[in-house]
Design a protein around this ligand. Structure first.
Ligand code: 1GP
Length: 245
C-alpha cells in the first residue's frame, strides 16, 4: 500500500494519525536512536525528517539509521532541494501556497522533479499553508513569505479549495516549528468542511489539550516536532490522546 493510501485508509477509519518531525540539526545520533526506539513501541504512524534551515549534509546517513530500526514510513519534509534522500520512503512535495514567492511555489519543484523521477520516493503532492503564529518563524523568514492571517479562515478556505482544484493530494496547515500559537481551531474546522483531501496540522502542538483540539477540529494527521525534541516523554501524552479516541 502506498503512503497516500495508508493516510486515506486511516482517515476513513477515523484514526488519529501522528507524524513525529525530526530535525537532524537538532537531534544527535544518540538521542535519535532513543527516540526511534520509543516511537517503535508506540502507535506513531509516520516520521518526517527535515527543516526550513538545515545545515546537516548527512541526510542519507541519518535516514538510513532510522530505517534500520523502524518500518513505519519515513517521509522527507524538505526545506530545500538539498534535503532529498533516496533512503526515505516518500517526500512531501510542498508548494508554499500561502506565499507569493515563485521559488517556493514552483521554482524548487522544477529543480527537484528530475531527481525525484529517478528515485523510488513516493511523491506526495502537498499544498502547504503557513499560518501566522504570533511570532515570525524560521519557515516564513527563510521562504520570504507572509503567513496567512490567523483570523482569516475565509482566506484559508479559498486557498485550500484552490489547492485541491490544482490537484494537490494533501493539505498542510502549519504554524511553523516552535509556533507560539497553534493553528486556530476555527480555521481547521472551516478548511476541513470544504476539502476532500487529508488535512495535516502542525506547529506549536505541545500539550495534550492542543493535540486533542486539533483532532476534534478536523485534523487527520497532527505533526509534532519541538515538544518531543524538548521532552521525549511527551510521546506518552500523545499515545494517551491517540488511544483515548
Ligand atoms: C513544523 O509543523 C511542524 O513545520 C512541527 O511544529 O516543531 O512546533 O511541533 P513543532
Amino acid at each position: 500500500m502506498s503512503i497516500l493510501e495508508e493516510i486515506i485508509r486511516n482517515r476513513d477509519l477515523k484514526k488519529r494519525q501522528i507524524a513525529v518531525l525530526i530535525d537532524p540539526d537538532k537531534l544527535g545520533t544518540a538521542d535519535l536512536l532513543s527516540l526511534v526506539a520509543k516511537i517503535k513501541a508506540s502507535p506513531i504512524n509516520y516520521i518526517l525528517v527535515g527543516g526550513s534551515l538545515l545545515s546537516s549534509d548527512q541526510m542519507d546517513e541519518y535516514i538510513g539509521l532510522i530505517k534500520k530500526e523502524i518500518s513505519i514510513p519515513v517521509i522527507i519534509f524538505p526545506g530545500s532541494v538539498h534535503q532529498i534522500s533516496h533512503k526515505a520512503d516518500g517526500i512531501l512535495f510542498l508548494s508554499l501556497i500561502s506565499g507569493r514567492n515563485p521559488e517556493f511555489l514552483i521554482g524548487s519543484q522544477v529543480v527537484a522533479a528530475p531527481l525525484l523521477r529517478r528515485s523510488n520516493l513516493e511523491v506526495l503532492s502537498t499544498g502547504y499553508i503557513l499560518v501566522d503564529s504570533g511570532v515570525q518563524t524560521t519557515a516564513s523568514y527563510i521562504s520570504n513569505t507572509t503567513p496567512l492571517p490567523r483570523n482569516k479562515a475565509d482566506i484559508a478556505v479559498a486557498t485550500a479549495l484552490a489547492s485541491e482544484m490544482i490537484g494537490h493530494k494533501l493539505l498542510y496547515l502549519d504554524g511553523g516549528s516552535g509556533a507560539k500559537l497553534e493553528v486556530p481551531k476555527e480555521m481547521i474546522t472551516a478548511v476541513k468542511k470544504h476539502i476532500e483531501m487529508p488535512l495535516i496540522i502542525g506547529g506549536g502542538i505541545n500539550t495534550k489539550e492542543k493535540l486533542e483540539t486539533a483532532f476534534n477540529s478536523g485534523a487527520d494527521i497532527v505533526v509534532v516536532g519541538t515538544a518531543i525534541e524538548k521532552n521525549q516523554d511527551f510521546l506518552n501524552d500523545i499515545v494517551e490522546v491517540v488511544e483515548g479516541a
